[in-house]
Design a protein around this ligand. Structure first.
Ligand code: UGA
Length: 438
């Protein structure tokens, strides 16, 4: 199939490359000239495992091209996929200006029948709004479809090539059939539904996953008070198929470009219909509080933060990505600085992006995990990178001024920390060095 993908962010680029990988002819469009030049040189502007290799392979087979010429791409394609951003407005609502601008340009460029797929996460009703906009500007026939995206950053290629399910929202059987054909090499679990339900499935899925995280974080906070171990609780709960083990890892809360934005947007979507989404509001509130719990743990461990040196391991909102958008680390490092601490940070790949968001004279940017802990009063783990899991904790202890490890992601076990001599604080587990020895 001939496909034009508009927008070369995470979703657009990964979708385009994966369509090309399956033998489709793909043109990826972006208005950012530098980005397109970079892509045309074979470089990938985001850190995403496997993407560079797959893109190179598709370029060598001439199955993918990158351009700023939207008109040419639209005229080339049978299917046009819109994958531009819908960032949050100050009200929490999704900003639809990018998608509307693309729709206008696309409409004016059409030269015949097209299927137009909206991949961007958009409030219920947006597909129909875009449909009216295009119909107003173009004399040509077209069908609109909502195919929401469920890929995760850090495993985007894998999630796109092997998705748990594909949701296709359409108005007519024929478009549903064509899209089912397109997606059948990826998944056997393809659900065809109406457009509004497809739009809602995306928000509801992200809101539900966010709810699971906030739920387990509250259970963790209660575990600390009653002496239970949240990792055991999650494991026990997850054994029930109705609950499932995924997304029950307690920690410092969710971040990233999706959950914070989509939960706010769904609250707003409900609010616009005079519906007070009480549960989701609480999920957001719990998540905002959770990141500050770690500050209280640091204070509990080392006393006043003023004048102390704290090492931070991990800045990305999760491992395997250099993305720091809405990362809990931003609020945590900012608060530590406000409280008078000096901070030594290390992240395998996210330091450059973090520095753009938060830089201060009291931050030292370190080149390794060990450099960060040198003479530190405490080390605080905020992202569960594999590199940290493999650390020799005895060496860490030897390099520190006082051996205190605050594990915001429960990456280590109390036993590992104890064996290395470290005083250990984690999430939802009361055990620390002294209580272990008692
Ligand atoms: C999320 C969804 O998982 C994807 O299905 C969806 O396509 C995407 O949003 C989107 O809407 O585009 P992503 O934001 O890449 O994907 O990351 P996740 O792996 O879902 O993690 C989100 C946050 O939750 C991270 O900060 C992570 O550390 C946190 N998390 C996750 C926990 O705190 N505990 C868990 O058990 C799982």
């Amino acid at each position: 199939m001939k496909i034009a993908v508009i927008g070369t962010g995470y979703v657009g680029l990964v979708s385009g490359v994966c369509f090309a990988h399956k033998g489709n002819q793909v043109m990826c469009v972006d208005q950012d000239r530098n980005k397109i030049a970079f892509l045309n040189e074979g470089h990938v502007p985001i850190h995403e495992p496997g993407l560079q290799e797959l893109m190179k392979e598709c370029m060598e087979r001439s199955l993918i091209h990158f351009t700023t010429d939207l008109k040419n791409a639209v005229q080339f394609a049978d299917l046009i996929m819109i994958a531009v951003g819908t960032p949050p407005l100050p009200s929490g609502e999704a900003d639809l200006s990018f998608i509307e601008n693309v729709a206008c340009e696309l409409a004016k460029s059409m030269n015949g029948h097209k299927i137009i797929v909206i991949k961007s996460t958009v409030p219920v009703g947006t597909n129909h709004r875009i449909q009216r906009l295009i119909a107003h500007l173009s004399p040509f026939q077209f069908q609109i479809a909502s195919v929401p995206e469920f890929l995760r950053e850090g495993s985007a290629v894998k999630d796109t090539l092997l998705p748990d399910r594909v949701i296709i929202g359409v108005e007519d059987e024929h478009t549903g059939y064509t899209l089912k054909e397109l997606y059948s090499p990826y998944s056997e679990q393809i659900m065809i539904t109406d457009i509004r339900s497809a739009e809602m499935i995306k928000y509801a899925s992200n809101a539900f996953l966010a709810t699971k995280i906030s739920f387990i974080n509250e259970i963790a906070n209660i575990c600390e008070k009653v002496g239970a171990d949240v990792t055991q609780v999650s494991k026990g709960m997850g054994l029930d198929n109705r609950i499932g083990a995924a997304f029950l890892n307690a920690g410092i809360g969710y971040g990233g470009s999706c959950f914070p934005k989509d939960t706010q947007a769904l609250i707003q979507i409900a609010g616009n219909e005079n519906y007070n989404f009480k549960l989701l509001k609480a999920v957001v509130e719990v998540n905002n509080d959770q990141r500050f719990g770690i500050i209280r743990k640091i204070e509990q461990a080392i006393g006043k933060i003023s004048g102390k040196c704290i090492a931070i391991w991990g800045l990305a909102f999760k491992p395997n990505t250099d993305d720091v958008r809405e990362s809990p680390a931003i609020d945590i490092v900012r608060t530590l600085i406000q409280l008078g601490g000096t901070i030594k940070v290390y992240d395998p790949i996210a330091m450059r992006n973090f520095k753009k968001v938060l830089d201060a004279p009291s931050i030292t940017w370190c080149e390794s995990s060990l450099e960060a802990v040198d003479q530190a009063d405490a080390v605080c783990l905020l992202t569960e990178w594999e590199e940290f899991r493999k650390m020799d904790l005895s060496t860490v202890f030897a390099r520190m001024k006082s051996g205190i490890l605050i594990d915001g992601r429960n990456l280590f076990t109390p036993e590992q920390a104890d064996a290395a001599g470290l005083e250990y604080y984690s999430i939802g587990r009361v055990v620390n060095q002294s209580s272990l020895r008692a």
